[in-house]
Structure formats: C-alpha cells, structure tokens
Design a binder for this molecule. Structure first.
Ligand code: FAD
Length: 443
C-alpha cells in the first residue's frame, strides 16, 4: 500500500485506539503512536482503578466493531443518582426507566481492550513510548521522540490527532493561519479518592448508582468499580471557601470531610494519605476550528473538543466521532479532504452543544439535584415522557440514552421546556377560573 494511503493515529487513548480499529477494518494501513508505555505491561499503569461512564452513544460505537458486549461484561450499571445529604439521608433519583443505565467502566481496562482489538485486526501496529513533537503538514511527516529523546521521523498519508485535551497535533495546527482556538479553565479542579471493597468482598454502598454529595458550589461523586471499590472524585474550587487551598494537613482533611461528607469518611480508610498523594487536576473546555488540514490531518475526540466531565459524555462523544469519521471516509473514498471537511461540518455544532451542556450540568449536580423544584420538574418530565414516550423526551434521556445529535437534543429540550411552561400557565389559569366560578356559585 502506498505511503499516501496510510493513516497515522497520534495517541493510543480511547478515541485513538477505537479509530484505529475502524480504519483497520475499513482496509486502511494504520499505525498508532502513543506517548506512554504499553498499559498492558505489568506496572505500566498500576494505580488504583479510575473509571468513567459509558452510555448509549459510546456503546453504539463499540457495537459497530463488535466490542459492546465485552465492555458491558466489565461494567457496573448505574441506574440513577444517589444523593447523600449531610444528615446521611439517601435519595435515589432514577435516570430513566429500569432498563436504562449508564455504565461505570475502568478507563485502563477499556483502553487495554481497545488496544488488543486494534492489534487483532492485524493491520494496526501500536508504537508505545513515542511522543509526537513536530508535525509537518505540507510534507506529511511527524517527528516522534522516545523517552531517551531519540527522534524518529515518519512519513504518512494522513494524520489523525487523537492526542487528547492538550494535543500536540492541534498545537502544530495552531501555527497555521486562521486557526481559531479557545481554552477555558473552570475555577474548580478535581482529585480522585478511594473507597475500598468491603472486608469480605462486595460493595460498601449501592453499586448501581452514581453517588453524589452535592454541597452547593462544590461536590463529591463516586462511581463503582467491578472489584467492589468506588472511585470518588471531589470537584472543589482551587481557591476561596471550601477549596483545595484551605486543607494543608491531614487533620484539616479529616475534619473537613467529617463535617461535609460524614457518611463517606468511615468508608475511606486511606482518605488523608490519598488526598495528599493524588494530584489535583484542572478542568478545561477546548474549542477550535478548523479540525483538519486539507486531507492531511484531522483532530478527533478531546483533541478537537475537550469538555468538562459533568455530563459523562467526553469519551462517548469521542467514540461517536469515530463512527462519523468512518462514515465520512466511506462516503468519499479516495478524497480525504472532502471526508474531513464533512466530518467537521457535521460534528462541530454538536461538539459545541455538549461542551455547553457539560458546563451547565456542573451547576445542576452540585447545586440543584437536592432541591424540591428540581425534583418536581424531573417528576413532571418523567410523567409526560411515560405518556408520550416518542414525543416528549427529557434532555438527560436524549443525551445519555439516545443518539439524537447533541445540538438537536438541546433544541428539542428548549421546545419541550416552552411547552411545559405554557401547559403550567394554562393549568394555573384553569385552576383560577375554577376557583372564581366556585366562589361565585357559593357567594
Ligand atoms: P485521551 O483519553 O486523553 O487520550 C489521548 C492519548 O494521547 C493518551 O493516551 C495520551 O497519552 C496520548 N498522547 C498525548 N499527547 C501525545 C503525544 N504528544 N504523542 C503521542 N501520544 C500522545 N467521559 C465520559 O464519556 N464519561 C465519563 O464518565 C467521563 N468522566 C470523566 C472524568 C474526569 C475526571 C475527566 C477528566 C474526564 C472524564 N471523561 C468522561 C472524559 C474522557 O476522559 C475523555 O473525553 C476521553 O478520554 C477522550 O478520549 P481521547 O482519546 O480523545 O483522549
């Protein structure tokens, strides 16, 4: 196969390894270059389990390459939110119907499964410990560096930049004219903590829920792992009230958690150590355009559109990108520039929509999920959805349990909200008219 026909995927993370499978299956020659060591080798990623939620969009993308059932077999279904009050009271809010669940999966486990599947296509060699440093789009060359700083220059037909939120391929595109780019950091960061399995095995909390400790302005969440543990994530401001800045020693940590998340503390025996040994990371939204350089290079997943994690959609959206890019390449065989253009034109507004939704959902999760108005609205939506399941669909259901493109889901939800408000107003006027009529009859 000629060099010009070959694809090089930069980044062997979730999007990169899935895209490589799609490309391999479509008959393209494809190489993956990944900065990190092979995660399947002992010791490469021996940290505690970090998980993420995969829902309908991600599962669909996996199904197309025959991996859905394998992923579900290593997932813990979460059927709703479990809200933890400071009193220790628990409230369960289902996400949808009983058979609707988002699935907590080990990130490392998922990545390894995808890398294995990519290599199994027999068309996808994966080169580890290769950090992309320079991309020459005109000549189709990429310079990689190994950990010892040994440089390798490769020639390729097309580059798929799947190297994540801090993408080097994107940085190289930014040197070109008229590349639009923005990155916006939240004032909040995150840190992962740990709840181990119960002494005799099994879970210490309900495994089939995404646990939330909403505290107004900040929160903690916990997702179950297959081994009976939970990965907790605190989302706090870097500075100011209730922030990372305020806790400087182990006593501070235990005191603050006991006051704020009292029911969680007995479940977290290594809390103070974890708090200081685990990193505090930032949360960024990245928007950019164009996503491609002619038919030479295209961005995918977080490299094109990193979003904050509050809708649990970053990886799902990255997987959905792979489905679409595969379709675009098949619709325009031999014309990668047309395929990449179509990919961006179709996808960009939906990527922007999920970025906005994810930002909005942070406020919902940390501030609103426990409020009576929020709960009432959810109940009304659920009731109407059960009466008109094909017509009225709550936004969360459209995003997590359907493949309705994100921006279309937002638009439909806006119309539904208007309808709800109008219906509420009409009901109120009707009620008032009844009261007035009754008063007149009696008086
Ligand atoms: P990445 O997974 O970041 O992969 C990029 C790969 O490129 C990595 O392997 C990296 O090592 C490699 N790389 C980077 N630079 C180079 C280079 N110069 N050369 C070679 N290789 C390079 N999404 C969900 O759908 N559900 C969730 O529940 C969810 N929870 C999240 C929770 C948190 C706290 C965070 C931060 C994110 C969460 N996400 C979630 C988002 C999800 O993690 C990302 O959207 C997803 O990982 C994007 O996949 P990607 O392949 O584009 O990027």
């Amino acid at each position: 196969m000629s060099r010009d026909a070959a694809f090089t995927v930069v980044g062997g993370g979730l999007a990169g390894s899935l895209m490589a499978i799609y490309l391999g299956r479509a008959g393209h020659a494809v190489d993956v270059y990944e900065r990190r060591p092979d995660p399947r080798l002992a010791g490469a990623d021996a940290g505690r389990s970090i998980n993420l939620a995969i829902s309908t969009r991600g599962l669909y993308a996996l199904e197309q390459v025959g991996l859905r059932d394998q992923v579900l077999a290593m997932a813990v279904p979460m059927r709703g939110r479990m809200i933890h009050a400071t009193t220790g009271d628990l409230t369960f809010q289902p996400y949808g119907t009983r058979d609707q669940a988002i699935n907590s999966v080990s990130r490392a486990g998922l990545n390894q499964l995808l890398l294995n599947a990519a290599e199994k296509t027999a068309r996808v060699p994966v080169h580890f410990n290769q950090r992309c440093e320079v991309v020459d789009f005109e000549h189709g060359t990429i310079t990689f560096a190994s950990p010892g700083d040994e440089q390798t220059v490769i020639e390729t037909g097309a580059i798929v930049g799947a190297d994540g939120a801090f993408s080097t391929v994107r940085t190289q595109m930014m040197r070109r004219e008229r590349f639009t780019y923005s990155q916006a950091y939240l004032a909040h960061g995150y840190k992962e903590l740990y709840i181990p399995p119960a002494a005799g095995g099994g879970f210490r909390m309900d495994p089939n829920a995404l646990h939330i400790w909403p505290r107004g302005g900040f929160m903690m969440i916990a997702l179950p792992n297959f081994d009976g543990s939970f990965t907790c994530t605190i989302f706090w401001a870097f500075e100011g009230d209730n922030s990372f800045q305020n806790l400087t020693n182990e006593d501070d940590v235990i005191r603050f958690f006991t006051r704020t998340y009292p029911d969680a503390v007995p479940l977290m025996p290594t809390l103070a150590q974890d708090y200081f040994s685990n990193p505090t990371s930032s949360l960024v939204t990245v928007r950019c355009s164009p996503w491609h350089v002619g038919g030479r290079a295209v961005l995918l997943g977080d490299a094109a559109h990193a979003v904050v994690p509050f809708y649990g959609q970053g990886a799902n959206a990255a997987f959905e990108d792979c489905v679409l890019l595969d379709q675009c390449l098949k619709t325009a065989p031999g014309d990668r520039a047309a395929a990449f253009t179509r990919f961006e034109q179709t996808r960009k507004r939906h990527a922007d929509a999920i970025a906005d939704l994810a930002l909005g959902n942070f406020v919902e999760m940390r501030d609103r999920v426990a409020s009576p108005t929020f709960l009432f609205k959810k109940k009304v939506e659920k009731l109407i959805h059960s009466i008109f399941p094909g017509t009225f669909i709550p936004l969360y259901t459209m995003v997590s349990f359907s493949r309705i493109p994100y921006a279309d889901a937002v638009e439909k939800a806006r119309k539904q909200d208007l309808f709800l408000k109008a219906a509420g107003l009409i009901a109120l006027i009707g009620l008032l008219a009844l009261v007035i009529a009754a008063a007149r009859t009696l008086g």
